[in-house]
Design a protein around this ligand. Structure first.
Ligand code: SF4
Length: 513
């Protein structure tokens, strides 16, 4: 054996640099469907990844590679990609091990350690799937106390000559059309949209479903139709084409809006394919830009979609690696409440959380505002341990991998980083949810009330959060307005809110909120 090529399960890029200078006669590929021991993962996420891995395995074999592949039903002495590598290195002595740089710090360290202990040199190849390499990001972020997406995003637009006029200024005159993208649906709701594509009938999805049920009978979540997750690059291209044609034109204006029982709306559902590297982000950005130039979609929709991929996705990944050693200790607000049981079931009287969480149980998916302003917001206001919340997010969302989940959850959503990813905590009361959705119309609680038995828990906990963290947040001028409103309240009202918040905690502990 000359080279041993190692593939982690989110590295299914068929044109990665790891394939350069390979020798089909002498090189061997290894990958496993087994996850590291004690991994909890949504059944739909497991099915998705296993099906995509099997297509990747077939592609390697069709190319002529020898592939050592472990199915999740196969019994092995120790499970996980690093255990598989250790076993392989015990049986064989390749001249070198090659891998694309793993997406997590823990994987990177373990990979180096396994190779070091086996005395085999390791070559890590750049992950060229991403649109900003480590050195470029490090140069940009160096010396910035609080890196800002907007400026990073403009650099990315320039670097990729994306949505620019001939003189280098942004198409339409503005870099960002977010202000046009915050509308609610109003009383009429979102209207009819085409169903997303479903890949449930794909033979490898069906095969993976049977095997995952056998191998992980206790996996949380359900597999509910549709299964809009492409498992091959060809399917991912088809899903992209359909998004551009069917959803992108209406993606922009209502991208922050929510509606009961409507999980997909105009969102793309492409992030799982992007994060398994089945879909190249360059293709997604180019297709959206072309749709604008061909008058297929308005600028606010196209710019908003491109900002998510060319801007936010790369920004978050850059921040993950820039602070890679620090995240595990972050808990700025000393949040210690355990994750409520209803996060795993959706079984709560709060209509917004019930809808958002039941949707995750059914589909392993929520759009960005459901994550930030429903499931994440409750965690922040209630004081759930941010690391528990992140573990849940990584386990339950089909597109969540550590490099993207950690900075999003610990940073943007939970402010555990003290204001590194975002400049202030994303706080809001039930009134925001009422404005952006129809959830409150079907809820036993009143979003306008902070005290009393029918007070909205979000509204109570919003004021309670400001009260509990007043000292910490008072140095942040972006919180001045909210803190000034808090200080206008009489002591008696503040006490009543604190008392109701305490009752809410008892209700959560008794699983009756
Ligand atoms: Fe959610 Fe409060 Fe509205 Fe109920 S009233 S749906 S708990 S925001």
């Amino acid at each position: 054996m000359r080279r041993l090529l190692v593939f982690f399960r989110d590295q299914l890029n068929r044109s990665a640099p790891i394939f350069e200078d390979t020798d089909l006669e002498q090189d061997v590929c290894v990958l496993t469907e087994h996850t590291a021991p004690d991994t909890t993962e949504h059944v739909q996420k497991r099915v998705y990844v296993v099906a995509a891995q099997r297509y990747f395995r077939d592609a390697l074999r069709n190319q002529g590679f020898t592939v050592r592949y472990e199915a999740c039903t196969e019994s092995v002495e120790q499970v996980g990609p690093l255990a598989q590598l250790t076993r392989t290195l015990r049986e064989h002595t390749p001249e070198s091990v090659h891998a694309t740089e793993p997406g997590t710090l823990a994987q990177r360290r373990s990979l180096k350690q396994v190779c070091h202990e086996a005395g085999v040199p390791l070559t890590l190849h750049d992950d060229t799937h991403f649109l900003c390499d480590h050195d470029t990001f490090a140069d940009w972020v160096e010396g910035r106390k609080s890196p800002t997406l907007e400026y990073f995003y403009r650099e990315q637009r320039r670097a990729y000559n994306c949505l620019l006029t001939d003189d280098g200024s942004p198409v339409g005159g503005n870099w960002n059309y977010d202000k046009d993208n915050r509308a609610s649906f109003g009383a009429d709701g979102p209207g009819l949209l085409p169903d997303p594509p479903s890949y449930l009938d794909d033979p490898y999805v069906q095969e993976a479903l049977a095997d995952v049920k056998q191998a992980y009978p206790d996996a949380p979540g359900r597999l509910t139709e549709p299964f809009p997750w492409p498992v091959t690059p060809e399917q991912a291209q088809e899903a992209l084409d359909r998004f551009i044609e069917e959803r992108l034109p209406t993606f922009g204006t209502h991208q922050d809006a929510m509606w009961t029982g409507r999980p997909w709306l105009s969102h793309s559902q492409l992030s799982p394919a992007l994060n398994l590297k089945l879909l190249d982000p360059r293709d997604a950005v180019s297709a959206a830009e072309a749709a604008y130039h061909n008058d297929q979609a308005p600028l606010n929709a196209v710019e908003g979609f491109i900002r998510q991929i060319l801007g936010w996705r790369e920004f978050i990944r850059g921040l993950y690696w820039h602070r890679a050693d620090d995240w595990s200790a972050m808990n700025e607000l000393d949040a210690t409440e355990p994750l409520p049981e209803f996060y795993w079931t959706g079984d709560t009287h709060m209509a917004c959380l019930h809808d958002a969480l039941t949707q995750v149980v059914d589909h392993a998916y929520g759009h960005h505002i459901q994550r930030l302003m429903i499931t994440g917001l409750f965690g922040l206001l209630y004081g759930i341990n941010p690391h528990e919340l992140n573990d849940w997010h990584e386990a339950f969302y089909i597109d969540a991998w550590p490099w993207v989940s950690v900075p999003n959850m610990l940073g943007m959503s939970q402010y555990a980083d003290g204001g590194y990813v975002g400049t202030k905590p994303y706080t809001a009361s039930g009134k925001y949810i009422s404005r952006m959705s129809n959830y409150c119309a079907g809820c036993r609680y009143d979003p306008g009330k902070a005290t009393g038995d029918d007070a909205c828990p979000f509204t109570t906990l919003y004021w309670d959060f400001l009260d509990r963290h007043e000292d910490t947040l008072s140095g942040n001028r972006r919180m001045n307005f909210q803190l000034a409103n808090l200080r206008r309240k009489e002591d008696a009202e503040r006490s009543a809110i604190a008392e109701r918040a305490s009752q809410l905690r008892s209700l959560v502990h008794n699983e009756n909120l």
